[in-house]
Design a protein around this ligand. Structure first.
Ligand code: COA
Length: 313
């Protein structure tokens, strides 16, 4: 038993905030932001539930399945709309999903944690169809007067429909980890804004992604040059490039959307994956490496064998 990706969808708020917009209120410049991060603009607005609902609806339509055929939903988010209940309750109701639903917070590694969890639940027979969503409204926990963080983050959502399959499935290997002693490096207290030691996050991020991706490839007995596409967490283009260089994977094989979205935490990997699909960058049989890191500090990697359109063919 395994899991197969059957459909996908994304959602972004309509309001675009460019670097030039930020220049008006912050002591910063488009040139600085672009050179240090690779970000040109980000989308702002909506609630986490609204974005999750839109991405989930799109993924269900793409998969061609009814909402009530889903028997378990995971909403990966670090920006729930309320402390209680879980934001997935709103999404479950709005979409008319079947079965249960829960939120998962592993910060920017959240979508990989969610994918590995979904794969395990499908493989064990606990669920036969799952909706996996990464959705964030980081703009709500960003201090828009702090140039150290305000230039980095954005809002968005991405979703996958996953089906149980009788074969081994598409997830070939994975690695999840956490160094909780570094939880002070990046945090947002309840009711407060993101606080971050940017240089320390940068240093740890590259190391965590490289080590986690390496373990994953070793578990699957795959060499870096066999990876067709890397879908990294979209925090900073320099982090992505440094990780690719150290892994020995050509930078051109990295999927990126952060120039248009900024860092959308749990949503960034599905947004980058779906963007790559739309650009015809994936063919059946391709090896795709997802890798992310985030507050906690968490990290997670997953190696997938791509199957075009996902459905049994
Ligand atoms: N505009 C202009 N100058 C800025 C600025 C901005 N938006 N933000 C910081 N600066 C300044 C700093 O104050 C510093 O000035 P100083 O030398 O006078 O003290 C200077 O630019 C260089 O700062 P530094 O921290 O060395 O820059 P950097 O190259 O490390 O880039 C980050 C800063 C935040 C872009 C980078 O460290 C980073 O991306 N870190 C990871 C953050 C992240 O991904 N967080 C989420 C993880 S999921």
């Amino acid at each position: 038993m395994g899991a197969r990706i059957r459909g996908w969808g994304t959602a972004l708020p309509t309001e675009i905030v460019t670097n030039a917009d930020l220049e008006k209120t912050l002591d910063t410049s488009d040139a600085w932001i672009l050179a240090r991060t690779g970000i040109r603009e980000r989308r702002i607005g909506s609630s986490t539930a609204e974005l999750a609902i839109a991405a989930g609806r799109s993924a269900l339509a793409h998969a061609g399945v009814e909402a009530d055929s889903v028997d378990l939903t995971i909403l990966c988010t670090t920006t729930p709309d309320d402390s209680v209940p879980a934001t997935s309750a709103h999404v479950h109701d709005a979409l008319g999903l079947g079965g249960g639903a829960f939120d998962l917070n592993a910060a920017c590694a959240g979508f990989v944690y969610g994918l590995v969890t979904a794969d395990a639940l499908l493989s064990s027979g606990t669920a036969s169809r799952m909706l996996l969503i990464g959705a964030e409204t980081l703009s709500r926990i960003t201090d828009w007067t702090d140039r150290n963080t305000a230039v980095l983050f954005g809002d968005g959502a991405g979703a996958l429909v996953l089906d149980r399959t009788a074969d081994e499935g598409q997830l070939l290997a994975s690695d999840l980890g956490l160094d909780g002693s570094a939880r002070h490096v990046l945090r947002a207290p309840i009711g407060g804004a993101i606080q971050m030691d940017g240089r320390e996050v940068f240093r740890r991020a590259v190391r965590a992604m490289v080590d986690s991706a390496t373990r994953t490839l070793q578990r699957a007995k795959v060499r870096p040059d066999q990876v067709a596409l890397v879908v990294p967490h979209q925090a900073n283009i320099r982090i992505i490039q440094a990780a690719c260089d150290r892994l020995g994977i050509d930078r051109s094989r990295a999927a990126t959307v952060l120039d248009r979205t900024g860092n959308t935490s749990s949503a960034s990997i599905p947004l980058a994956l779906v963007d790559a699909i739309h650009k015809d960058r994936l063919e059946t049989g391709d090896l795709v490496l997802l890798t992310g890191f985030g507050a906690g500090m968490t990290w997670g990697s997953a190696l997938i064998r791509w199957h075009a359109e996902g459905t049994d063919q």
